[in-house]
Ligand binder design. Structure first.
Ligand code: MRU
Length: 324
């Protein structure tokens, strides 16, 4: 299933807000269409946002510096967005063909996801029980995905996995997207509420946790979907390996540690009203809705990238895997 398709000069985007009930492709035209699609998560997942923004930079006419700043402001945490728009701006300044550059970013992501999936699969065994949080599959990238990549590649190679997916409050990427993707791929998947991660680990059902990443600091602290650090703490407690899978471009060497990562805050309605017939809290009740949290590097067993597998100390290993 392709979430972003560029065909005959037109960009088609699978609207992820309608999944799993409807598979509808939209065709954004204006810069506001592109901005809104990123902001309200019609396209989401760090690498997919970057690919989509690259096409926006190629297809929207006008001042590219302003366009980049406008698109980057839609979602601040995932580094892939500003990484892709910076690369497109550089290509523009060098007089390159911007459509070709965007297509190359898209194709590169497919190659990176495949490598990440291969490295990730090398750490798993047939029959493993896996826990995942949010959605780091093909919908969040181009193909295979990052966190789900080893599972999809493993399925192609005859592995059987038993996957538990957290529903991932408040936007339910695990329920709406991960279970949908894995069901379609024929992989055994069981949906749990976020607060059930502990019991499935305690019951010995989980051999590894696989998650994606939105920004990786130089010291290996990782920003990821809200709730991920809680899963990492549980994994450490129960002795379950906790793996982060992401393209190498997710490593932000300008960020020394997780404290420097800007955390996106979203609207209270996502908690109080979005999925309910009636509001689930009083109108006057305050909500705090950070969209990401930071997992401390000490909780991470390995960071699996397209360049190789990094282990602590990450300050050293994240640089070293480039030269291996
Ligand atoms: O808010 P989202 O749905 O864009 O958050 C996505 C995640 O946190 C993903 O797990 C992360 O971007 C990695 S995607 C391969």
């Amino acid at each position: 299933m392709d979430n972003i398709i560029f065909k005959d000069g037109t960009l088609f985007l699978l609207d992820q807000t309608l999944l799993p009930n409807e598979e509808v492709y939209i065709t954004p035209k204006t810069k506001e269409d592109y901005f809104d699609a990123i902001k309200i998560l019609k396209v989401r997942g760090a690498p997919a946002i970057g690919i989509f923004a690259a096409y926006a930079m190629a297809l929207i006419e006008g001042d590219k510096v302003e366009l980049k700043a406008y698109l980057d402001s839609a979602r601040p945490t995932a580094v892939n967005l500003s990484w892709a728009t910076s690369r497109m701006l550089k290509a523009y300044n060098e007089g390159k063909n911007l459509i070709n550059e965007a297509v190359e970013i898209h194709n590169e992501d497919k190659r990176m996801c495949r490598k990440i999936s291969e490295y990730g699969l090398s750490l798993l065994k047939d029959g493993d029980g896996i826990l995942t949080h949010c959605n780091a599959g093909a919908l969040a990238t181009s193909q295979y995905g990052t966190g789900l990549g080893p599972l999809l590649l493993g399925k192609e190679n005859g592995y059987t996995f038993h996957v538990f997916t957290d529903e991932t409050r408040p936007l339910l990427q695990g329920a709406r997207l991960t279970s949908y993707e894995l069901e379609r791929a024929g992989i055994d998947v069981t949906l749990i509420c976020d607060n059930m991660a502990s019991i499935v680990m305690k019951q010995g059902k989980i051999n590894a946790v696989l998650v994606g990443a939105d920004r990786i600091a130089a010291n290996g602290d990782v920003a990821n979907k809200i709730g991920t650090s809680g899963v990492a703490i549980l994994a450490k407690h129960y002795g379950v390996p906790f793996y982060v899978l992401a393209p190498y471009s997710t490593v932000d060497f300008n960020c020394k540690c997780g404290d420097e990562i800007v955390i996106e805050e979203r609207e209270p309605d996502e908690i109080k009203t979005m999925w309910y017939e009636k509001p689930m809290a009083l109108d006057e009740t305050k909500c705090y809705n950070p969209a990401f949290d930071v997992t401390d590097n000490s909780l991470i067993t390995a960071i699996i990238t397209d360049k190789g597998i990094a282990k602590a100390p990450y300050n050293k290993s994240l640089k070293e895997i480039l030269n291996d």
